[in-house]
Write a protein that binds this ligand. Structure first.
Ligand code: ACO
Length: 403
């Protein structure tokens, strides 16, 4: 706490907390994390149980509405999401404006933000029905836009959604199918993708969710707020880590080189960090990483070469770090994205789409938090303060008198 009386001539105290390490910005009843115990719960349900027994659509309902749905509620919700998957045809023409090799996250920022220009018939944030419509549209349309980003990159026609498929199978159909050939997703791949979506769906006040909340706190258009969340997610310290992990493993190249990279990560004169390691909140194993690591075994055994060298290297890296003082002292363990890229690659998803996959899943968390915030009776604009440490008052110097 800092006494601001001297700085601002008014009595009061500011807490100065760079990076918001210990400042709660809100009350929330969506997700619970105990970083020391490695616990994650959505609406009270342990992530391990949801990962084993639930589906992404059911988890989306749970995060949005607070309770597991009854069969009829789930069918109704699935039906609504399925029937909102199309996007306005004019929106698809936006892609023509992007360079053929634009990063899909760059296109996501622009095209998702542009939804605000199309779907503006239900924007009364104080009306719960309007809020639901925005949430449903976002959850339904994001995969369609995401797949279209990839199709633009590879110069193939956009595939329209199929209403007879599950959320995850439909995404794979839009990503991998062509008008000449349907893409049949392997049931294990469909389940693995659904599981990754469940694990990434929410994580309380992370950087992107806090961005969505802060943008939304001014009453801004929710589609534009989610575009702001996508922007924040893109960074390598956040959602961009999954793509960075694969790059890192490829750069390491061989288990024999791991020690060299570990040494670089420990060198305080080198900004190099092990991607997919460490977490602001988890000071114990990230429970999502544990689940993903075991799914990696199943997926790689069935869908790809069971001796996948990248997976072997990742396991070895984890083992070496787990016995290294530097990582132990700082409580640096693999996070959710250490193993996710390996599964995405085994499913045939291109590396530059990994962070987009995260964005698809996290859209549910973003809209759940946006809804929670705007329906709070104490809803008000977010406005952090600062400790000013610039020049004191001084007089304007005419150009001729400046040294
Ligand atoms: N490799 C090497 N050292 C690390 C790493 C790492 N991956 N992560 C943290 N450290 C070290 C820091 O250098 C620091 O050391 P010091 O105390 O000697 O100065 C100490 O551990 C604490 O690190 P901070 O940066 O203060 O931790 P913070 O909570 O601010 O950052 C973060 C957390 C961003 C996740 C960090 O661990 C990191 O950069 N990891 C790599 C990127 C990554 O995997 N991001 C994904 C996060 S999960 C997600 O968003 C889904």
């Amino acid at each position: 706490a800092i006494d601001i009386t001297r700085l601002y001539g008014q009595a009061g105290v500011f807490t100065y907390d760079p990076g918001f390490v210990s400042t709660a910005s809100c009350h929330s009843s969506i997700t619970y994390i105990d970083g020391n115990e490695g616990i994650l719960r959505y609406r009270g349900y342990p992530i391990e149980q949801l990962a084993e027994k639930s589906t992404f659509i059911e988890v989306a309902y749970l995060l949005l509405y607070g309770e597991l749905p009854a069969a009829e509620e789930l069918n109704g919700f699935r039906d609504i999401i399925t029937h909102h998957t199309m996007v306005n045809e004019a929106l698809l023409r936006f892609f023509e404006g992007y360079h053929y090799d634009a990063h899909p996250m760059a296109m996501m920022v622009g095209v998702v933000g542009s939804l605000a220009g199309f779907y503006h018939d239900s924007l009364d944030i104080y009306d719960s029905h309007h809020r639901d419509i925005c949430a449903h549209r976002l959850i339904a349309k994001i995969p369609t836009i995401a797949a279209a980003c990839h199709k633009h990159n590879i110069g193939e026609p956009v595939m329209y959604p199929r209403n007879d498929l599950s959320y995850s199978a439909n995404f794979m159909h839009m990503l991998k199918g062509t008008p000449c050939e349907d893409y049949e997703v392997d049931p294990l791949a469909e389940r693995a993708l659904d599981l990754l979506f469940i694990l990434h769906a929410d994580h309380e006040q992370n950087a992107s969710t806090s961005t969505v909340r802060l943008a939304g706190s001014s009453g801004a258009n929710p589609f534009a707020c989610v575009a702001a969340g996508i922007t924040s997610l893109w960074g390598p310290a956040h959602g961009g880590a999954n793509e960075a992990v694969l790059k890192m493993l490829e750069e390491i190249g061989h288990v024999g080189n791991i020690d060299k990279y570990i040494a670089r990560a420990k060198d305080k004169d080198d900004p190099y960090r092990l991607m997919g390691f460490g977490h602001r909140v988890y000071k114990n194993y990230d429970p999502r990483a544990r689940i993903i690591r075991s799914v990696c075994h199943q997926v790689l055994d069935k869908l790809a070469d069971s001796n996948n060298p990248l997976f072997e290297m990742a396991l070895k890296l984890e083992e070496i770090a787990a016995n290294d003082e530097y990582f132990l002292e700082r409580k640096l363990y693999p996070n959710v994205d250490f193993y996710s890229g390996i599964i995405y690659r085994a499913l045939g998803i291109p590396d530059n789409m990994f962070t987009v996959m995260f964005a698809i899943a996290r859209t549910v968390g973003w809209v759940a938090h946006w809804t929670e915030m705007v329906s709070d009776p104490h809803f008000r604009i977010g406005r952090p303060r600062q400790i000013y440490d610039g020049a004191p008052q001084r007089d304007y110097v005419p150009m001729a008198d400046r040294g």
